[in-house]
Structures are given as C-alpha cells and as structure tokens.
Design a protein around this ligand. Structure first.
Ligand SMILES: [Zn+2]
Length: 522
C-alpha cells in the first residue's frame, strides 16, 4: 500500500482526535537561514498524510510553525559576517532581514520557504513562534515546567543521560539590557518571576553581564527546546507529528519530549512518523554545499508535479537523493514519465496512486496525462539551434502532437534550458564547434570520417540509416568503435563523448555535416 495511505489507515484505526473533532497535524522549521530542501520532506510527508486522511473523509488540520524565536546562533556563509556578527545570540525576529522588504531575518527566509510550499501544492495553516508565546498560550506550560524543574532535570537525566545542575531552569530569558536570548541563564523561580544573568558566552555571541528578574510570560522567555516541543503538543492539541529519524532514536530529543509531555503536561506523545533524510548529491543537510541544496533552488529545477515526486516518491523509511549537478535530474523526469505511462496504460496500483498524489491537489480531480518527450532528449534538442523541438518531439512520438502535449513540451523546454544553463553536468552540455579542431585525428579516424562523408553526400539520411552505416564502417575501415565515435564527437562537439551518434548526425544541418566531415578527412 502507498505509504501515505498506510499511515492514514494506522491513524484512523488507532487514534481519536484529541479535540474530538479533527486531527491536528503539526510540523515546524526554525528560520535560521535559507531552508535546505530536506525540510521540504517534512512539509510533504505531513501534507500528504493530511491529504490521505481527507481522501477518507477524516477531518484534519495541518499546522506549520515558522520558528522566529530561536536564537540566531550562526552566520550562514552567504551572508556578510561583519554585518551580522553583532546580532549573534538575538532571537531571530530581532535580526535584520538580508534584503529590504521583510520585517526581519526570520520573515525573509520564511517568505522564501512558504513560497516553495505554495508552488508545490502544500497549504498548511501557518503561525509564528513569537505569536504562540506572545499570546500567552504557552504560559501555563512555562509555569508547570518552572514549578517542576526538578522533574524536567530528572527526565533529562533518565531518558537521555544529560545532567543539569540544581539551579538549572528550563527557560531562556530575553535579556532586558541587550536583547539576546542565547547568552542568559535563568536560575531562580519565585512563583511569578525568574532571576537571570546575561553571563554565559556561547561561542561568538557576547553577553552583557546584566542581572535581573522578569515575569517569564507572553514572550519574555522561551522554554528549553525539548520542553518547548512537548509544551507545543499540549498547547496546540497535536495528534500527529513526525520528524527526521535522527530525532526519533531511544534517548533522543523525541523520546525526552514524549516523557515530558506525558509526565508534566498530561499529553500523550503525538503519532510519530520518523522519516529518512532527503540527500543532495548523497550528502545530508550541510551549509558547505550551498548551491542547489536549498528548497527554493531545488524546486526551481522541476515543475511542481515532478518536484512532488522527488519529495513523496520514496517510502518514509527510504532516503531520497537528488543531485542538481548529476544525472538524477533527468532520471527523476524518467521516473515521472514511467509512472505516467503506467497510468495511461490503465494500471491501478501503488504507482498509479503515487502519480495521482504528484498532481497538485487543486488539479487532481480532472488531471490528464499527455505524452511527453524524454527530458534528456529535450535537454539535448534545446542546445541545437537548428533543431525544431516540436518536429523532434513528433518524430519521437511517431505522431503529431495534441495541443496539450505541445503545452507540456513548452514547459519541459523551459526547465531543460534552465537546467542546462545552471547545474547540468558536462556530459549533458553540448555546444557545436564552430571550427574544426586541428591535429586531433589519427589517419584511421580521418579515413573513417571521409567514408562517412561520402555516404552523407548521397543525400539527407535518417538516424537509423546513419547508425547502420557507422556499424558497417567499423569493419570496412577497419576502426575500433571507440575511436570512430570519439572522432565524431571531437569534430562536432570538441569532446570525446556525446549522444547516440547516428541520431545526432541526422539531426544536424545537412550542409554543415557534409562540409565538416570532408574537412576532417583532409
Ligand atoms: Zn544581555
């Protein structure tokens, strides 16, 4: 069974909504910079569970928290460190936006990330962490956590082995003097206020030394994150919340949060959906690899339905892996086309289900499945200025194109051009050589190209005919196949590999082929 349906059935058979009406699904992202595509997997998994429940008529709501309250703890390498150094340690909502037009840093990166959700067809209900805390909705849980700080410390030690000293309290206060949250340490709760000092100095964030007392309500303080997580489940009545599998180990943050939620807040652990990573070129989220790894960059490489396939195509316990600079881009399109072929042929299995879920929810009811030219063929054709893409597509299809297929081709052309111009690896980038390379060929290769030129001069040939002639030439000259094909790619493309040679030569302008071959034979 398709994974989203399997999970929806498990939820249906094992849970009742806490609020008695509808299941609450929740996910969250801290907006500490440009969001990695890996976080889109969480959006897609929660979003698809919501869609799968809705498809069964089970009411649910998908909440998404844009975390703008966590500390700004590192400067991403694409920002000016000298400009941002002074803001380290502040809550994200107090850090300025990199560009004008956004209220703050978190809003800027949040807007970009939400834009990716929208074009990929995921529409959760958003709220900000500062709104949640500012509204006072977290205050009852802050009070419990402070009154029972000893229990929090005991659970941390029992479940995760982490020891805190006896004055440690599970809140971070926003310093009234310098505004930072990462540099304060709360040590005393008298029932209404906490005492704190701004004197811890984590890494580069400077603390100001201020000491004071403050009522920790309505956004003046934030819960320690594993307690914060548990408190949000209680405050929002969360029924379903998954997370990256790294959080779901025994003794890990999920385990700690689940114990705190149950023991302090009388709140059962939400239905967990631990999922595998979304890798970029085999690598986990890392800031070292900037280009192409953000949700925005990756989403711009594909039409929404193909990007959705990248996000939801693998079961949650399998890694997804896309490399913008590798063959995985055309392979993803091939996978999409394969699903489309199956559905067009009337298949009604899991793959048909997956294909339907790849379509945007708004268009899913009446979607149709136009024939499509393979992405790698489109990517080649768009680089050959003399080729008429529509004719090539009709040739590949063996029939004329419908209006819908023509529209689909135009979309694919746009994405293919973008990929070739941005990330495509060398093996997919072709540029016809304007001049013949000198001293590049052996005598054997010259003889072979001369004979090929004689054949071409007889008149326009199709790809099959050129292909057959190339195979015959290997025996006649004789020449090793590798030497023959390398010679062809060398004189036309200035490289030693390329597309299927017969098809390639037949597609080039006839006069150009004939003159280049005779020049090569000299
Ligand atoms: Zn301070």
């Amino acid at each position: 069974m398709f994974w989203a349906d399997r999970i929806a059935n498990e939820i249906r058979d094992s849970r009742k909504p806490k609020n008695g009406v509808r299941f609450v699904i929740r996910d969250e992202k801290t907006l500490s910079g440009r969001v990695h595509v890996g976080s889109m997997r969480g959006v897609a998994i929660h979003g698809l569970i919501s869609e799968a429940l809705s498809a069964q008529g089970i009411e649910n709501e998908f909440l998404y928290e844009l975390n703008d309250f966590d500390p700004f703890d590192a400067i991403p390498n694409y920002l000016d460190a000298s400009r941002y150094d002074a803001y380290l340690g502040l809550p994200l909502y107090k850090v300025p936006s990199p560009e004008p037009g956004s209220e703050n840093y978190a809003e800027y990166f949040g807007k970009e990330f939400v834009g990716v959700h929208e074009r990929t067809g995921f529409h959760p209900a958003y709220y900000r962490t500062t709104e949640l805390y500012g509204s006072g909705a977290m205050d009852p849980y802050i009070r419990i956590a402070l009154e029972r700080a000893a229990d929090v410390r005991r659970i941390l030690k029992e479940v995760s082995g982490s020891e805190k000293d006896e004055t440690w309290l599970p809140v971070s206060v926003v310093c009234e003097a310098c505004g930072k949250i990462m540099t304060t340490r709360a040590y005393d709760f008298d029932g209404e206020t906490v005492g704190y000092r701004c004197d811890s100095n984590p890494d580069s964030a400077k603390s100001c030394g201020h000491e004071g007392r403050i009522p920790p309500w309505k956004g003046t303080a934030k819960l320690f994150w594993k307690v914060d997580w548990a408190a949000k489940w209680a405050a929002k009545g969360v029924d379903i919340e998954g997370g990256g599998k790294d959080h779901s180990t025994k003794g890990g943050s999920r385990d700690v949060a689940a114990h705190i939620a149950a023991e302090l807040f009388d709140c059962p652990n939400p239905f967990d959906v631990p999922y595998e990573f979304f890798l970029v070129g085999g690598k986990k989220m890392s800031s070292s690899r900037g280009r192409g790894s953000s949700a925005k960059d990756m989403s711009e490489l594909f039409p929404p339905e193909v990007f959705r396939l990248a996000l939801i195509g693998k079961d949650i316990n399998q890694q997804a892996d896309v490399d913008p600079e590798g063959e995985s881009v055309p392979r993803l399109y091939d996978w999409y086309d394969e699903l489309a072929d199956g559905v067009r042929a009337g298949k009604e299995d899991d793959y048909a289900k997956l294909f339907a879920y790849c379509q945007l929810p708004d268009t899913r009811a009446g979607f149709s499945i136009p024939w499509q030219m393979r992405f790698r063929e489109v990517a080649f054709a768009v680089q050959m200025p003399h080729l008429n893409l529509e004719q090539e597509a009709e040739f590949a299809k063996g029939d004329s194109l419908t209006d819908e297929e023509r529209t689909a081709l135009a979309v694919r052309r746009k994405y293919a051009k973008y990929w070739i111009e941005t990330y495509a690896p060398e093996q997919f980038v072709y540029q016809l050589r304007e001049t013949m390379p000198t001293n590049a060929l052996t005598d054997e290769q010259k003889r072979a190209l001369g004979a090929l030129g004689d054949f071409m001069r007889e008149g326009q040939k199709d790809g099959d005919a050129v292909h057959a002639r190339l195979h015959a030439l290997k025996e006649e000259v004789p020449i090793a196949p590798k030497d023959l094909f390398q010679a062809i790619y060398l004189v036309f493309l200035g490289r030693t590999s390329g597309p299927k040679a017969g098809w390639f030569l037949a597609g080039l302008p006839y006069d150009f082929v004939v003159s280049r071959l005779s020049e090569a034979a000299k």
